[in-house]
Write a protein that binds this ligand. Sequence first.
Ligand code: ZN
Ligand code: ZN
Length: 366
Amino acid sequence: VNLPPLSVAPRLDRLRAAFAAAQVDALLVTRLPNIRYLTGFTGSAAMVLVTEQGVTFTTDGRYTEQSGEQLAAAGVEAQIEIGATQADQRDALAAAAAGVARVGLEAHGVTWAQQRDIAGWFGAAELVATDHVVETLRLVKEEAEVARIRAACAIGDAAFAEVRPMLADGPTEQEVALALEWAMRTRGASGNSFDPIVAAGPNAAKPHARPSARRIEPGELVVLDFGCIVDGYCSDMTRTVSVGPPNAASQRLVDVVREAQANGRDAVRAGAAAADVDRACRDIIDSAGLGEYFVHSTGHGVGLEIHEAPRVAKTAGDTLEAGFVVTVEPGVYVPGVGGVRVEDTLVVTYDGADPLTLAPKDLVVA
Ligand code: ZN
Ligand code: ZN
């Protein structure tokens, strides 16, 4: 797949433009997905201080070469400090923050212990708790980001097409999950965006069941929820199939969830309240008398993280904007009977939504 280049370096100025509202003069970025977003660095340890004037990037000796290469490739100009110990890295960050009055921390991304530690780093500067500043920048995806999510979704579609027929052969849930992983990896995914869920029969009544060694039986509904990663970006899709014809009770659950999911998809457009998309799904399920079995939110954002902003939930305050990438995934889970979930990942557009997951929703595997 030929992916267009990401436009990383301009994100730093977008971040600086958010400083005033966050009441900071600098931000110490410690959450790795945010570090990747701002610098292109994909390693497992780093801290980045972004001030009005510059960027100081610290990591340890394992990443000396990688950090230099990746920041250069992203066009990010930063002072890179390799510190064998955290004390060395701290000194570099403190020097870069000299004269800064207010240093923001990612309140949702530092532990209590880290906060107590960092409190001693910046001298007289005030530490300010910030709330998802970089995550907010990440809400609207650039075209090159959407291209990566689309590529990951296409791999998921192809993997599903390959694996779906084997459900008729009586495999275990674990075997199906592994087949999905294999199919995605061999098509170029770097990994799963989360461990695949393959849940059949009574297990499908658990929304996040782990694949078991239980064999899938004829007549059972099977919920398959899986995704992969392409160049850091995630995909997410759920399909529910029936191995052979479903019984009437299962068919009814399927019909209701399909209608709810279609109604939710139709509600997605720029300017729509995320809560209204949730309501579009929930109303259908409620009026079928199944509301008590729809036990989770309708969806979530997808990007560098499999679950990111915005929430698509009853209590969500977000308004969808063009370029957001969200899932619509209503489900019903009836203990002892089974469950159904259908999920697509969509790009919000001005007049609707552009679906990225395109696998057919045919129910019966014969
Ligand atoms: Zn999912
Ligand atoms: Zn999802």
